[in-house]
Design a protein around this ligand. Sequence first.
Ligand SMILES: [Zn+2]
Length: 310
Amino acid sequence: MPDPVKVAISDLVRDERLRFRDTYSSSLAETVERYAEAMVDYGTTWGEFPPLVAVWLTEPHEWAEEVPDGDGRYAKLTRLPKSYPANALILAEGFTRCAAADVAGVVSAPAVIHPGTWADAERLAWGANSRHGRPRSSAETARVLDSILSRPEYRAATGSELAKLACCSKATANRHRKARNEKLSTSAPDGVGSVPETPGVATAASAPVDARGYAIPPRLHAHFAGVPAARRLTGQLRDTAAKLSKLANVGGREVHPSFALVDVEAAVADVLKAVAWVESMLPAESCRSCHGDGCVSCDHRGYLTAAAAR
Ligand SMILES: [Zn+2]
């Protein structure tokens, strides 16, 4: 393993696809706070924390990201081409420590840098948090295994190969693959469970389902297609709001005088209000009265928003 070198934390690309922590858990927020306080105690430095692990891209990484088209109804997804250039520094391990550094105002950290590709960054990220830091929860390990199994080259991997990549036990890897295969072959794609029969609506085994678990009529598919991406965005906004209020509370006001100029609590409350409003306006259920044709009870939309479904 190469020796750690000092890097500016702002130079690291933090890509959520390489982060397998449950970012909305309160215990993670507590860990960030605890690490941040330790960094402040070290004199606002990285202190004794283990070095980060990053990949220095030897070739560009290109992919497409699906985003809601922004017409306000999340009617369809647009595929946006994205890329990282060669020489980008991709964080593979240490997201929680970097979040703590943001809170504490620490700007540089030691990092072990591996020259490599995006695939190398993924492999390093799959094994992250297995050696130190807060132990991974079973849900977090499951996310790692899902990420590995979504790669065509690892679909036929043996239990022990999977266990090695995910740094988990062979039993966990095998159990996860079995459950995943059963889910993929018998139920809806997002794992909501089996699709109940709805009168007058064809229920293909692979049909997407709404919040109640009912198949979504094909004419409504476009309306529901953007919901997962919108939920990811609102989740990220919640995350940002939480970081902002922490930044202001853990010594932020002293370190960054500009915080005194902004009413952070009010700003965060506004962001959370907006997030809640967006979430309440997302399509939640296909209309039980008209099955998507449009009627008075669904305001001729064919579906009910989360707010209307409550
Ligand atoms: Zn209706």
